[in-house]
Design a protein around this ligand. Structure first.
Ligand code: SAH
Length: 244
C-alpha cells in the first residue's frame, strides 16, 4: 500500500492564486477530503472520490485522509489559503501523533497564499514591518489567552492580522477585541477590513479604529490592525520598513 497525503492550500478564492504545485496534486489525487465549500472549489474530475465534512470536524477529516492513504489512496486534503495557517496541516499531524500505524504515510504540505497576504496586497503593504497573526476563534483556546496575546501584540507595536474575527457561533469576540484595542491604541490607528478577498464579493475598507464597529466583520473577513507607523499614501495603506 503506497498511499499518500497532500495537504493543499487553495488560496483565498480565485483559481489564479492556486499554485501550480497545489494544482498538480489536485490533478493526481484519487480522493479529495475537506470542508464542503472548499471541496466545491476543486474542479471535479471523473473517478475521483470527494469526501466533504462539517467545518468543525477537522480531526475526523484528518483521520479519514490518513485511513484512506493507508488503503493505498492518493488523498488531497484541501484548506483555503495556506494549509498550515489555522487549517488542516496541523490537524493531519495531530491525527498522526495519536496513531503510530499512520506515521509511515508520506505527507506533503503544499503552501498556499494565506488570506493575510492576499488582503495585505489588496490594501497596499500594511505588513511591511514586523507583524503577527492571531486567530480570534475561541473554539480551541480560552478567550483569556486571545486577550493576553492581543495585549502583548499591541504593546510590542506589531501590526496584527486577525483571522476568524467573528462568526454566528461567536458573535461577541471581535467586539471585545475592539474594546481592548480602543483602551490601548489611539483612535486614528488604521484598521483594514478585507472581506472575501479574491472573490467576486471582495470588499476592502480602511478606517480609523474609532470608526470600526463589531458588525463590520464576519467569518469571511480578515482584519489587519496597523502599528503606530501604519499610514495612508494615495489610496493605499502601508507600514514603512523601519520600526520605532
Ligand atoms: N487557512 C486559511 C485560514 C483559515 S481560517 C488561510 O491561510 O487563509 C478562516 C479565516 O481566514 C476567515 O475567518 C477569514 O478571517 C480568513 N479568510 C479566508 N479566506 C479569506 C478571504 N478570501 N478574504 C478574507 N479573509 C479570508
Amino acid at each position: 500500500m503506497n498511499g499518500t497525503v497532500a495537504v493543499v492550500g487553495l488560496g483565498p478564492g480565485a483559481a489564479e492564486l492556486i499554485t501550480p504545485e497545489a494544482q498538480s496534486a489536485l490533478d493526481s489525487a484519487t480522493d479529495v477530503v475537506g470542508y464542503a465549500p472548499y471541496v466545491q472549489r476543486v474542479v471535479p474530475r471523473p473517478g475521483v472520490r470527494y469526501h466533504t465534512s462539517d467545518n468543525r470536524a477537522e480531526l475526523q477529516r484528518a483521520q479519514l485522509a490518513l485511513a484512506l492513504a493507508a488503503q493505498g489512496r492518493h488523498v488531497a486534503v484541501v484548506s483555503s489559503g495556506d494549509p498550515g495557517v489555522f487549517a488542516m496541516a496541523a490537524a493531519v499531524f495531530e491525527a498522526m501523533e495519536g496513531a503510530p500505524q499512520w506515521q509511515s504515510i508520506p505527507v506533503r504540505v503544499l503552501p498556499g497564499i494565506t488570506a493575510m497576504l492576499a488582503a495585505a496586497a489588496r490594501a497596499g503593504a500594511p505588513l511591511g514591518h514586523d507583524f503577527c497573526a492571531l486567530n480570534l476563534s475561541d473554539n480551541l483556546k480560552p478567550w483569556s489567552l486571545i486577550e493576553r496575546r492581543l495585549c502583548a501584540a499591541v504593546s510590542a507595536d506589531w501590526v496584527i492580522a486577525m483571522y476568524n474575527p467573528r462568526s454566528r457561533a461567536r458573535p461577541e469576540g471581535f467586539g471585545r477585541a475592539l474594546g481592548l484595542l480602543r483602551q490601548h491604541c489611539e483612535p486614528q490607528r488604521l484598521v483594514v477590513l478585507a472581506r472575501a478577498v479574491y472573490t467576486p464579493q471582495e470588499s476592502i475598507r480602511v478606517l480609523p479604529l474609532s470608526e470600526v464597529h463589531a458588525d463590520m466583520a464576519d467569518m469571511q473577513t480578515l482584519v489587519i490592525v496597523g502599528s503606530r507607523q501604519t499610514r495612508r499614501v494615495a489610496s493605499y495603506v502601508y507600514t514603512p520598513r523601519w520600526g520605532g
